[in-house]
Write a new protein. Structure first.
Ligand code: CA
Length: 263
């Protein structure tokens, strides 16, 4: 049986008045979510929190394996991956519903990246430019593809990755919860292994630290709490121009079948 350890940390950064990121670490349901809200008058805070709570509520409600839910499921995905996908769609509905109820919230939205673990399979879902990474055998892989204009330009060959990092339009997301009448959620499944380290983060981290910077810190061998703190501190040390949020998740052990873990 795999054991997990996790920690999360969010910081307003050095130049913003509000922290419009929101996150949740829920070891009981093995659910981990980062959302990065947007919208004037701190409405991004509202959107991000609504989205994370909606995802959590749905995962909690469907915790019982016998629960059925009214949705079209993707037969290529496992049950919990479909649950996470549905949860993100419902989060979008909740943000849209809040905007309909209160016109002042118009224009708010949020990105989201979520990881839901069941057995040895992690479902990773995202909308927007919040990212998931995996460190395995000292190698860092980005598990999500940003839904941004600059990433589309990179994929089309019009911009290099380096140009995209410093492009004036680098913050323009092409998908967000609350953004359009419908939302397309990307979901993938990853088989986890003992020794893996997973990072979920808002773009406040990745605009300040390169993938090489992130890899170095994740591979440092320090405790999860120390790495979380280092990532946030280093994003701030380089300017801290945005809110920064990180969740770290380590896959700890591989107990023999039949062995039970003692608290
Ligand atoms: Ca941000």
């Amino acid at each position: 049986m795999l054991r997990i350890k996790a920690c999360g940390l969010s910081d307003v950064g050095l130049t913003r008045a509000h922290n419009e990121d929101y996150f949740e670490v829920d070891p009981r349901h093995q659910l981990f979510v980062v959302a990065d809200g947007m919208g004037g008058h701190s409405h991004g805070e509202v959107a991000a929190q609504l989205a994370v709570e909606a995802i959590h509520d749905f995962i909690e409600k469907t915790d019982d394996r016998d629960t059925t839910w009214p949705a079209v499921t993707d037969s290529r995905l496992r049950r919990h991956s479909n649950l996470l996908k549905m949860a993100v769609r419902l989060a979008h509905d909740r943000v849209m519903g809040a905007i309909r109820e209160d016109g002042a919230l118009s224009g708010m939205g949020t990105t989201v990246v979520g990881l839901l673990l069941e057995g040895a399979t992690a479902a990773v879902a995202h909308v927007g430019d919040s990212r998931a990474y995996r460190l395995r055998d000292s190698r860092l892989d980005q598990l999500t593809q940003d839904h941004t204009w600059v990433h589309e330009q990179v994929m089309a060959g019009f911009l290099s990755k380096e140009q995209a990092r410093s492009h004036p339009l680098k913050n323009v997301v092409t998908r967000a919860l609350g953004g359009e009448s419908d939302v397309v959620v990307d979901v993938r499944e990853v088989e986890v292994k003992p020794g893996d380290l997973y990072l979920l983060c808002s773009d406040g981290l990745t605009t300040m630290l390169s993938d090489a910077d992130i890899r170095e810190r994740l591979a440092s061998g320090r405790t999860l709490n120390e790495i979380c703190r280092t990532l946030v501190n280093d994003a701030n040390a380089r300017g801290g121009v945005d809110n920064v949020t990180v969740i770290l998740l380590s896959i700890e052990g591989d107990l023999e079948q039949g062995e039970t873990e003692k608290g």
